[in-house]
Design a protein. Structure first.
Lengths: 302, 817
């Protein structure tokens, strides 16, 4: 049976597609966007989070660590990742959940149990299941099994993806998906590479092919001042959308928020994250207008 | 000379009785037009005061007449005397008329039930919160005229002179409360009968029953005669009361120079001449009809949870539709009349309490609850244009009273649910949402007919009954976490060291969880029996000494049975015990089951010690409990199974116990605000809750115990078969950001539909304000459930860092997500 590394399952998710949803967050992403608000989703491995503000100095983590990888410092507990083998014992014994393990392999059958528990909310709201991440397409086999199982149960399926994968995988997933949420981060390929680690040709050609299917697509732009808020980028985005088959005219604008900083710190990333600027209300209004002139409905949030 | 009484008279805060509501402090709402704005402003700004008028009339009457008549006739005549003599009021701009006291927000006293002392008045006059003003002159008069006569004769003294020691020690420990010690049993809501039957018709009906009495073969014939005579006199009393308003209106009209107001006054006179003597003919008369009946019942006695029109929208709809079709009423006029009614209800704060309760009580709310929507008697959808008008009024007026609720069955249109959710988004805490598809089977299970059950709804908080046909007496709250506490202390109240209940063994010697649970169950049954014992006594006292002869006129079957509302006259007669703290109890049992008996992480001794010193120096233990125990409200089978067991055992302990009216007690799961008081009389509890902090409310999870979002909470609650109770309560906290977009409103509606599809009884949403968010920063563990939405993303407030929390607080203030 395929496995997929999952770091969170969120219930009453109301921002990830129509109705009330359950969102499954896969761990691991093949992009590394500098503004990513889920930095814990980037690494495809199990990780450990330490929240110093929750630590009450019980020290049971230190006494229970089989590898002596933990030291008490004035800043709280520090993990020596050279000796830590991520066994999770510290998280198990911590009374306050200051240590938490991120990422676990969940059997499809167990995942479906969790999902089935929420069925009434899907039925009543026209909601369903959203697969997000990280990058769900990195776990294609597992994802396909889960999508098929959801399909059998008539749950509405959403895949939230960067579309950075082999075209074959994407189109296979598309056969079992009603709606894609796809980020159009920035149209300039060099800039795309600078900020996400990969260029966007593959993404754009994948989207072009995906648009030929019957799947619904909603585009999302994480609006970041100085990265993708220029008139030029917005117009190019609109032109790209208009070049697609089908009527692909819905885009959600997600203004950047510095949510990630705290998470970076908990993951032990000390400095290598950047803080960006949120676009002004006026700028957002302008962007909505630019899209409107191109026949595209842009709304904030989603 | 003052008489000294030795009655057992336990002193406790009035918040103990649960009628403790914070006043609304928000700015004055817009109101629909100048008239409504003025009336609302007056109602909002008038300081509640005490009127001794009713007490004086009544005392004089009792002095002269007590012993001359049978009690029901005496009560009827007493009511008539009050209606004849009391000062009546007709204020500027009013369209709906009548006040219980001599002016708005002036509250009479009811010395026959409980007599305020001079000291009580001084306290009420000077306390900081929710003051009731009274002049020194009135206090002096009361001391001379009223207090001496009632000394030793009040219902309260009758009750406390009687109660057994076992009851008192449990009561004093705070194991339960007793509603009826200061007020008469109330809980009354009406059906549609009064819109088809005037008081003259009722009198005819009563006369027919009188004529039918068979003194040869019916041993109760004399009792029935006395009761029916009293009821007949009560009908006259409200007719006289209305007639006096008609005369006052005519008098004012004569002097009125403004032709528009003059016409209004003449119209008022016409309406008051017609109703309540006759059945109403139009929308205006229908509202005034109800209002006179309402005033009658709350003047006659001060029934707990005063009075309630029931499905008011359904009752008014035929009048509305007829008049709209005929062109004699516009939508605006209808809304204005209804707004006038709303303000009238707000003019009527609850009568204040006596004893120490006077000091602490914050009780302005008389718990009138307007039921909006729901289903009709034939099962069809009950939503009409009047329902939408009412929602508009709720949103525009936002006054403390009346409370209101929307009733959403599977056949209720989404348009109505969405309109209600939009009002909820405003964050005034109203309306609460009820599920007829579940409360109808609840009532069927209790033996009501299908039609009567459909016509039912909620009366004050979340308890349901068959409107117009049932006496459903809330007898008081049961402090279920306190029962755990005395179980863990072998029957001793640890706060005082005094015995509060029977011995069920030292828990340190319990070998298994089952042993512990059985001890708890034994305590539970014992305490419930103590409570019922005294409840039945109180019910008998009211039936004997304080019949409600007017209320009996308008509640069906009292006339045909010739019996009083308090004496089994209504078609259905239910007693409820309201159980509180299911979350606290479940989480405490879960803690002991897992950590002591199953995993042996801690000994019973360790936990009991930690609890007794309020977890001081035991933070690691406490955090382990808080973070590593399955808690109720997370769709977790381990915890939910315990909740279910407790719920079922509460049901077994209460449901089916006989009351004095040939019917039975039932289980209710409401707490109103009593969970605050119950928390105050509790030490720390094994679930990590600190001493004197409030317990969980209704059937909601403990604060901060639910960390998997609202859908998981709903899944936990619906594992209980809610049809076994007469009401459950679920409070959900929501940040305004989760309800920003219209799409979010629809999703909230779907959440409600989901809960109801699964068998939920009631849900209400508290839209969190910035004060709550600051509190969440201070005490994060009580607020683990707060979910925040930031464009395209949501997270728990607790998981955010301080900067982001501050941003959320700022945005909540400015409502700009």
């Amino acid at each position: 049976m395929a496995t997929g590394l999952i770091f969170d399952i969120k219930k009453y998710a109301i921002n990830d597609g129509p109705g009330i949803r359950l969102t499954v967050f896969f761990k691991g992403c093949n992009l590394s966007c500098k503004w990513c608000h889920n930095p814990e989703s980037m690494s495809p491995k199990v990780q450990k989070m330490y929240n110093a503000s929750k630590c009450i100095g019980a020290l049971s983590c230190i006494s229970n660590c089989p590898n002596d990888a933990l030291i008490m410092t004035s800043e709280g507990i520090v993990t020596d990742f050279n000796t830590c083998n991520l066994c999770g014992k510290c998280a198990e014994v911590c009374p306050t959940k200051a240590f938490e393990m991120l990422g676990s392999s969940i059997l499809i059958s167990d995942l479906m149990k969790e999902i089935d528990n929420e069925a009434v909310f899907f039925d009543q709201s026209g909601g369903g299941v959203t697969f997000s991440g990280g990058e769900p397409l990195m776990h294609a086999n597992y994802l396909l099994e889960a999508l098929k199982a959801c399909g059998e149960r008539m749950y509405h399926r959403v895949v939230d993806t960067t579309a950075f994968s082999s075209q074959e995988t994407l189109l296979e997933v598309a056969k079992h998906t009603e709606l894609f949420l796809i980020d159009l981060k920035v149209m300039n390929s060099e800039k795309h590479k600078e900020f996400t680690g990969v260029s966007n040709e593959k993404i754009l050609s994948n989207i072009t092919e995906l648009a030929k299917t019957n799947c619904e697509i909603i585009f999302r732009i994480p609006l970041i001042e100085g990265v993708n808020t220029s008139e030029e980028n917005i117009l190019k985005t609109a032109d790209f959308m208009n070049s697609l088959e089908g009527n692909r005219t819905v885009v959600n604008l997600l203004p950047y928020h510095n949510i990630a900083e705290n998470k970076h710190l908990k993951l032990g990333h000390s400095t290598h994250f950047e803080v960006f600027e949120t676009p002004s209300e006026a700028k957002i209004k302008e962007i909505i207008k630019l899209f409107k002139n191109k026949g595209i409905t842009a709304t904030v949030g989603g | 000379m003052k008489t000294v009484h030795t009655a057992i008279n336990p002193e406790r805060p009035a918040s103990a009785e649960g009628n403790f509501y914070q006043p609304i402090t928000s700015a004055i709402g817009p109101g629909m037009n100048e008239r409504i704005q003025k009336l609302r402003k007056l109602s909002f700004e008038t300081q509640p005061s005490l009127s001794i008028e009713r007490a004086l009339i009544q005392t004089k009457f009792y002095k002269k007449n007590f012993g001359k008549y049978a009690i029901p006739v005496l009560r009827g005549l007493n009511f008539l005397e009050i209606c004849k003599q009391k000062t009546i009021y007709l204020g500027e701009g009013e369209l709906i008329v009548g006040e219980r006291g001599p002016k708005p927000k002036s509250v009479p006293t009811f010395p026959e039930l409980t007599c305020h002392s001079v000291e009580d008045f001084h306290v009420l006059n000077t306390r900081e919160m929710q003051r009731y003003t009274i002049s020194q002159e009135d206090i002096d008069t009361y001391e001379q005229e009223v207090i001496p006569y009632w000394a030793g004769k009040t219902m309260r003294e009758r009750i406390f002179n009687h109660v057994p020691k076992e009851w008192s020690r449990a009561y004093e420990a705070g194991l339960f409360t007793e509603f009826m010690e200061q007020r008469a049993p109330g809980h009354t809501a009406l059906d549609g009968a009064i819109y088809k039957t005037g008081m003259l018709n009722y009198k005819e009906k009563i006369q027919k029953e009188l004529d039918k009495l068979d003194f040869l073969n019916d041993p109760e014939a004399t009792d029935k005669k006395e009761q029916l005579e009293g009821m007949k006199i009560s009908c006259d009393a409200v007719i006289v009361f209305a007639q006096r308003h008609a005369e006052l209106a005519e008098e004012q009209a004569k002097k009125e120079l403004n032709p528009q107001r003059k016409a209004e006054l003449l119209k008022i006179a016409e309406v008051c001449c017609w109703v309540p003597a006759n059945a109403p003919r139009n929308f205006h008369e229908a509202i005034q009809m109800y209002w006179f009946v309402h005033l009658g019942t709350i003047t006659e006695l001060n029934g707990w949870d005063a009075m309630n029109p029931g499905h008011f929208d359904q009752h008014l709809t035929p009048f509305y539709e007829k008049e709209i079709a005929e062109g004699t009423l516009t939508r605006e006029e209808a809304k204005e009349l209804l707004s006038c009614f709303w303000i009238k209800v707000n003019n009527h704060p609850a009568p204040p309490k006596v004893g120490i309760t006077a000091k602490e009580s914050g009780t302005y709310n008389d718990f009138t609850n307007i039921n909006i929507g729901g289903v009709e008697r034939d099962g069809s959808d009950g939503v009409s244009e009047v329902s939408y008008i009412m929602l508009e009024i709720v949103e525009e007026l936002h006054v403390l009273q009346p409370g209101n609720s929307v009733h959403i069955s599977s056949r209720t249109p989404n348009r109505f649910l969405t309109a209600a959710c939009k009002v909820i988004r405003q964050g005034h805490g109203y309306p609460s949402i009820f599920n007829p598809d579940i409360y109808i089977p609840e009532m069927l299970r209790q033996g009501k007919s299908l039609e009567d059950a459909r016509e039912g709804g909620c009366s004050g908080c979340i308890e349901v009954g068959a409107f117009g046909k049932e006496a459903y007496i809330l007898t008081g709250y049961l402090n279920v976490p306190k029962i755990i506490e005395i179980t863990l202390n072998n029957g001793i109240n640890p706060l005082t060291g005094k015995r509060a209940s029977i011995e069920t063994g030292d828990p340190r010697n319990f070998k298994t969880y089952e042993e512990l649970y059985n001890a708890f169950k034994k305590q539970l049954n014992y305490i419930v029996n103590q409570k019922i014992l005294v409840s039945n006594y109180i019910d008998s006292m009211f039936a004997k000494y304080s019949p409600a002869t007017f209320l009996s006129v308008v509640i069906e079957d009292c006339i045909s049975k010739g019996k009083d509302y308090y004496n089994g006259g209504p078609r259905y007669n239910t007693n409820y015990i309201q159980c509180t703290g299911l979350g606290t109890v479940t989480d405490s049992l879960s803690t002991l089951k897992k950590h002591v008996f199953e995993e042996q992480n801690f000994s019973m001794e360790t936990i009991l010690n930690a609890v007794s010193k309020n977890f001081e120096g035991e933070e690691i233990l406490r955090q382990t409990i808080l973070n590593k125990t399955p808690f109720y409200g997370n769709d977790d089978y381990y915890a939910d199974a315990i909740a279910l067991q407790v719920y079922n055992d509460l049901f077994e302990a209460i449901d089916g116990k006989p009351n004095t009216k040939g019917e039975t007690f039932h289980l209710n799961m409401l707490s109103t605000t009593c969970h605050v008081y119950f928390g105050k009389v509790l030490e720390a509890t094994p679930n990590g809750r600190l001493a004197h902090k409030s317990i969980s409310d209704g059937t909601s999870p403990s604060h901060g115990a639910d960390t998997n979002g609202p859908s998981a909470v709903i899944k936990s609650l619906t594992k209980l078969d809610q049809t076994k109770s007469g009401g459950t309560l679920l409070n959900q906290r929501f940040l305004p950001s989760l309800l920003k977009r219209d799409e979010d409103i629809l999703k909230l509606g779907s959440l409600v539909r989901s809960y109801f599809a699964l068998g939920g009884h009631h849900i209400q949403f508290n839209i969190v304000d910035t004060a709550t968010l600051y509190a969440a920063q201070e005490n994060p563990e009580d607020y683990k459930d707060l979910l925040v939405r930031i464009a395209g993303y949501s997270d728990y407030f607790n998981d955010m860092n301080a900067d982001l929390q501050q941003e959320v607080i700022d945005r909540t203030e400015n409502d700009s997500f």
